[in-house]
Design a protein around this ligand. Structure first.
Ligand SMILES: [Zn+2]
Length: 151
């Protein structure tokens, strides 16, 4: 049986962001989010979500820079203090590593930012949530009530 469109919706913001970070549509988790490396599709090929509302701008680059910087800082400290490496050796390790990390992080960061925009209904995205089942009323027996009148 084909799952209903609503059953494909993510339950939490984290789930939506993870779908985006894995380059999947945040709404259905199935369709690919990008048609090129950093170029999102106009529509999800599976659920037809209109992705033209996305405008991640420079935010994915900021995320990549901040994460890369924080991950490499202890390495730089170790190279200088513990391993006593010279500047040429440090830069020959650091620059390729930083470039690889930042380039590798751009697409997941952009996917997560697009997913966040969709989740919060920004820039023309329609905010969609899984409908919660109404909670069943709790049943109390008269005996329970007599044992504990405050319940
Ligand atoms: Zn989709």
């Amino acid at each position: 049986m084909e799952p209903s469109r609503e059953s494909l919706l993510p339950g939490t913001f984290g789930e939506a962001a993870l779908r985006g970070a894995r380059a999947r549509c945040p709404r259905c988790g199935e369709g690919s989010l990008f048609r090129k490396w950093l170029k999102p599709r106009d529509n999800c090929p599976v659920c037809t979500l209109d992705l033209t509302h996305q405008s991640a701008d420079d935010f994915p680059a900021y995320i990549a820079i901040i994460v890369t910087g924080h991950l490499l800082a202890p390495l730089v400290i170790a190279m200088v203090r513990d391993w006593d490496m010279g500047p040429a050796a440090i830069f020959s390790v650091l620059i390729p590593l930083a470039l690889a990390m930042m380039l590798g992080m751009l697409q997941p960061a952009k996917g997560a930012v697009v997913a966040a925009q969709w989740w919060f209904g920004l820039n023309g995205f329609r905010r969609e949530r899984v409908a919660l089942e109404p909670a069943a009323p709790e049943e109390h027996t008269p005996e329970e009530y007599e044992d504990n009148p405050r319940a």
